[in-house]
Design a protein around this ligand. Structure first.
Ligand SMILES: Cc1cc2nc3c(=O)[nH]c(=O)nc-3n(C[C@H](O)[C@H](O)[C@H](O)COP(=O)(O)OP(=O)(O)OC[C@H]3O[C@@H](n4cnc5c(N)ncnc54)[C@H](O)[C@@H]3O)c2cc1C
Length: 257
């Protein structure tokens, strides 16, 4: 089974975002594997262990993303590929990223591709479905269960609190939702082994893609932080006084009634 995982390096969820001149400051920020991609890596490893084959983790990102790729290798992935585009393009969006990933994957003869349901920073949830569309491959999003029998997959997917079970033919791309599994921590031997596993670096010309073909379609007009939350207010007095004051405030201050 030829298995691929699309992995994104993201801000640590604990990080406070700092803006300077409308740009997000990355200096000193902690980066992690996008948490949904950890479920994807774990599921890929489990499927390889059960069915045989190989797991390749792929990212589009800068050299710093090698750290997250090595973590995936330490968890048990076999190979990693980083496609570097920052020398060729200034702005990238999900159209850019999905085109780069699909162009690379087109030549790989993948049976299964795992991705995260959404990236916790960009958060568009578009990259994986776009990749599948470009590859003309079946795909199922937000999965919480996956069984493979020959060339057929039975997928359980989360549909906002309910579940849906779908039978679908391989090759298949799925996006991982929380609950799919419990991602393992890299073990010490895993970390030692990961240092020797192959991590290939590719550029646009290696995958025969021109920078004009991956031009971003989205222009960011402005970035700003949400307004700081004002402190709450506790109304005093008996119930009828509180109710009339509340109605008054909703009318005059909040202007919602
Ligand atoms: C060199 C470079 C320059 C960029 N410049 C800009 C910029 O100028 N403005 C801006 O707003 N954004 C920029 N980005 C970020 C880029 O737009 C996002 O990475 C991309 O749009 C993904 O969208 P998302 O975060 O909404 O992912 P989602 O679609 O929410 O991600 C879902 C899943 O797709 C997969 N995935 C997503 N991104 C990647 C990736 N990079 N590699 C592998 N798998 C992935 C993962 O499995 C992830 O869980 C840049 C990124 C790069 C690499």
């Amino acid at each position: 089974m030829n298995i691929f995982v699309l992995l994104k390096r993201t801000f640590d969820t604990e990080e406070a975002i700092q803006l300077e001149n409308g740009e997000i400051q990355e200096d000193g920020a902690e980066f992690i594997i996008n948490p949904y991609d950890e479920y994807a890596v774990e599921e890929a490893i489990q499927k390889r262990d059960a069915l045989g084959g190989e797991v390749t983790v792929v990212t589009v990102g800068p050299e710093d993303a090698d750290k997250e790729l090595r973590t995936a290798l330490a968890m048990g992935a076999d190979k990693a590929v980083r496609i570097s585009i920052e020398d060729d393009v200034e702005d990238a969006d999900h159209v850019t990223i999905s085109k780069v990933l699909a162009t690379y994957l087109k030549e790989q003869d993948a049976d299964l591709i795992f991705a995260g349901n959404v990236a916790i920073d960009g958060g568009s949830g578009q990259v994986a479905p776009r990749v599948a569309e470009l590859l003309d491959m079946n795909y199922v999003t937000t999965i919480t269960g996956l069984e493979i029998d020959g060339t057929t997959a039975t997928v359980t997917r989360d549909v906002e609190g309910d579940t849906e079970v779908i039978e679908v033919a391989l090759p298949l791309l799925v996006t991982a939702q929380q609950g799919l599994n419990e991602p393992r921590y890299p073990s010490l031997p895993g970390i030692m082994k990961a240092k020797k596993k192959p991590l290939e670096e590719l550029e646009l010309m290696d995958i025969d893609l021109d920078e004009d073909e991956i031009e971003a379609k989205i222009e960011t007009i402005e970035r700003f932080l949400p307004e700081e939350k004002k402190a709450g207010r506790i109304l005093e007095g008996d119930m009828s006084t509180q109710v009339s004051e509340l109605v008054q405030l909703l009318r005059t201050e909040a202007k919602v009634i």
